[in-house]
Design a protein around this ligand. Structure first.
Ligand code: ADP
Ligand code: MG
Length: 214
């Protein structure tokens, strides 16, 4: 499988659609341990990113330009802390595939892992701190590990998707060390982290895309 800018246009539209469906649910999760805007932020960011990528001429724009356009649009559309985190993730994905006219499967896995790394470095959060890193880190590690073992891309992302979902579920029992929820101490126990939930949705959408279900 080779992934072109046109494919990325489809991928960003798929992500935006799946996030839009879960917008209110994500706001409810954020309402419990944050300020209730996470669904609105992710919906606005993903919608803006999809629009910016869709506006590119795939004959002119390489995948790196698509990721960069998505990063800029996401940042401009979102005032919440998820804005710079995803903008950094998308910029890192773009940098990981710089100069590639189209993406090999290996490029795609590296771009995916670069997103997780970007989020982690930008937010300085480690796994276990009840953030989106608890979904992104294990998902990237699962994809990288499966890919290195020689597994096919759809299986690699199936692993990633499961790891993201498990990681998201695990945030329920954590206290938060980063972000707004960190001010609430033990009161956040019992609630899933909204950023981990949206990350799991995005990673599931990417999995559908590589499995041609999108
Ligand atoms: P805000 O908290 O500014 O309202 P959002 O509601 O859009 O931003 O996003 C909240 C989510 O951002 C949290 O659920 C958490 O997953 C994530 N988050 C917050 N701070 C960090 C951080 N330093 N590193 C990684 N993720 C973070
Ligand atoms: Mg919020």
């Amino acid at each position: 499988m080779v992934i072109t800018t046109e494919d990325l246009q489809r991928l960003f539209a798929l992500i935006a659609g799946d996030i839009a469906v879960q917008r209110d649910h994500l706001c409810e999760l954020d309402g419990a341990i944050g300020d209730g805007d996470h669904g609105l932020a992710m919906d606005a960011g993903c919608e803006a990113a999809a629009k910016a990528v869709a506006a590119l001429d795939p004959a002119q724009a390489a995948p790196t330009a698509a990721f960069n356009a998505a990063a800029k649009a996401f940042l401009n559309a979102v005032g919440a802390s998820s804005g710079p985190l995803y903008a950094t993730a998308l910029m890192r994905a773009g940098a990981a595939v710089k100069d590639r006219p189209e993406l090999s499967e290996d490029d795609f896995v590296r771009a995916f892992a670069a997103m997780a790394q970007g989020i982690q470095e930008r937010g300085k959060a480690e796994p276990g701190e009840k953030t989106m890193v608890d979904a992104w880190r294990p998902a990237a590690d699962a994809a990288l590990h499966a890919w290195a073992e020689g597994m096919a891309l759809p299986q690699c992302f199936d692993r990633a998707q499961r790891a993201a979902r498990d990681g998201c579920e695990a945030t329920r029992d954590m206290v938060a060390a980063k972000g707004r929820a960190s001010r609430l101490g033990e009161r956040v126990i019992g609630h899933i982290d909204p950023g981990a939930a949206s990350a799991a949705i995005i990673i599931a959408a990417i999995t559908k895309f590589v499995q041609h279900d999108g």
